[in-house]
Ligand binder design. Structure first.
Ligand code: AMP
Length: 509
């Protein structure tokens, strides 16, 4: 039984030593090299780390970033990718939550990193990679492995938090191993595959690329973020690198079809398209299926908190534009069920009855790092089980069973949205606007049809000043595209901001 994801790397390095494990637009590493770098960097980290601690990796996705991740895991710690394009305040808030005392950077991000004012040790990957471990250090690493448990954390991924502070979902080896075993078996991923990585390394979609590939001895081809603005170059890149498998966010697949990419070219090796993150528009799905009639298309669903995905639907029929694409059925060894408002079970016979999607199993993660309050709100005892401990994750997503007893996604219970593929708590934007000078009260609403975040506010400030204040706190993708100044915020009978009225006023404009 695998206890650590490092076994994936070790096994593939034995089976396919000279095969390319990972490539980006500038470099590549074979399995043998990746294993060797992981061990040597891990040895270089030993004087700086204690097992179980967080090691932030402040760099863009690359072969080096993957080597850093695997070395951190080899040293018995967990990694957290920090995106250098994020505002300093946000990065520092994450570092504070992690209580991190060291960090790995690359040459390219070092200048930006200096601006963080971080007082711990900062190690450069270009220097770490030169290190050669001693015999004693190898023995030390082996000991770390012997003592490690599969419930030890592997990574944390920070998502938007409704109170204004990002939440770090902390995930252990067991959850990843159990999920990746099912995921690769279910969709037939093998050593013949080249997985075209779209997702940033601080999104858990990338966890599927990385560990499916390492497990199966496939190749991860990291696609530069910039290519997603140029479909023709993107499609050339997929074709030239013989990419077979796309495990992409819905928004990324839609970029190709929205800009009529297939009129230019259909990369010839694609045979699996696995998508997630939000509802896949049927129009775009149909264009993809028409381009690849023999490929497997799968809608996978789930939040970061349950390790990537908990349900899947292999598209096996044609869908009309007004039909709902199911999210399907649970992966093996995951329990996915619906609870109604009274926490009673909704069964598959209760066709179209809406309830909250809840998940149980080893894929349920360890909660939010250093945040007991938020953890205890969503990671709770299964209300259907009062006999022994069974922690479930309440996703906040609403779903129902269709006539074919397939699970379908309906909407959210709260004010979490997906905007251009990013998971955002509107409450986090509200908190940032509320903190800006010249704002008395604020509330954001998402116009799904127009895909606009609209910031309503009371106060003497204006769009320019508020945007300036927000840029110091929030990543660009969280900025409202429109601001509306109101004289007084409309409120409901129980004193909450009346979003319906705000939207009505906005639509009347
Ligand atoms: P994230 O944690 O960033 O993966 O976002 C998880 C959220 O994205 C879920 O809670 C859902 O609201 C939404 N989501 C993920 N996959 C799907 C899907 N296949 N269909 C509809 N919504 C999805």
């Amino acid at each position: 039984m695998s206890k650590s994801v490092i076994e994936y790397l070790e096994n593939s390095a034995v089976m396919f030593p000279e095969k390319i494990a990972v490539a980006d637009d500038k470099s590549s590493m074979t399995y043998k090299e990746l294993l060797c770098y992981s061990k040597n960097i891990a040895a270089a980290l030993l004087p700086y780390v204690k097992q179980g601690q967080a090691v932030p990796v402040y760099m863009e996705k690359s072969c080096m970033a993957l080597a850093a991740f695997l070395s951190i895991a080899t040293a018995g710690c967990f990694y957290v990718l920090l995106d250098p394009s994020y505002p300093i305040d946000r990065i520092n808030s994450i570092i504070h939550t992690l209580d991190a005392n060291m960090m790995i950077v690359d040459e390219k991000s070092a200048k930006k990193q200096e601006k963080l004012g971080f007082e711990g040790n900062v190690l450069k990957i270009e220097e770490l990679i030169q290190y050669t471990a001693s015999k004693e250090e190898y023995t030390h690493l082996e000991k770390i492995r012997e003592q490690a448990l599969d419930i030890d954390p592997l990574y944390a991924i920070f998502t938007s938090g409704s109170t204004g502070v990002p939440k770090g979902v902390i995930v252990n080896h067991r959850s990843v191993i159990d999920f990746i075993d099912c995921f690769t078996n279910q969709f037939g991923i093998s050593s013949d595959d080249v997985i075209g990585n779209q997702a940033p390394f601080d999104f858990d979609v990338s966890v599927k690329d990385i560990y499916s590939s390492l497990k199966c001895g496939a190749t991860i081809q990291i696609i530069p973020k910039s290519l997603f603005s140029f479909p023709a170059i993107l499609l050339d890149y997929l074709d030239n690198n013989h990419v077979t498998t796309l495990i992409w966010a819905v928004s990324a697949l839609c970029i190709v079809t929205r800009l009529n990419g297939f009129d230019y070219k259909k990369p010839s090796n694609i045979n699996k398209v696995i998508f997630s993150g939000e509802v896949m528009p049927i129009k775009h799905l149909n264009l993809w299926r028409a381009a690849y009639p023999n490929a497997m298309f799968v809608n996978v669903y789930g939040p970061t908190e349950i390790t990537c995905n908990c349900t899947y639907y292999i598209v096996d029929r044609a869908f009309e534009l007004d039909e709902t694409l199911p999210i399907g059925k649970p992966f093996p060894n995951e329990r996915v069920f619906l609870l109604d408002e009274k926490d009673e079970l909704i069964t598959q016979q209760d066709c179209h009855k809406i309830g909250e999607i809840c998940v149980s199993g080893t894929s349920v993660t360890l909660g939010y790092y250093n945040n007991k309050e938020k953890t205890s709100e969503a990671f709770v005892q299964n209300p259907l089980n009062d006999k022994y401990i069974e922690i479930i994750y309440r996703t906040g997503d609403l779903g129902y069973y269709n006539e074919k007893k397939e699970l379908c996604f309906s909407s959210r219970k709260d004010f979490q949205i997906k905007h251009n593929g990013h998971r955002i708590e509107l409450g986090e934007i509200d908190a940032a606007i509320n903190a800006a000078d010249g704002v008395a009260r604020a509330c954001c609403i998402y116009d799904e049809k127009k895909q606009l975040i609209i910031g309503f506010y009371e106060g003497e400030s204006d769009k320019k000043a508020i945007t300036h204040a927000l840029l110091a706190k929030l990543p660009k993708f969280m900025l409202p595209q429109e601001f509306v100044k109101v004289d007084t915020m409309p409120v409901t009978k129980n004193g909450k901001i009346d979003r319906k009225q705000l939207m009505e006023k906005y639509n009347e404009k």
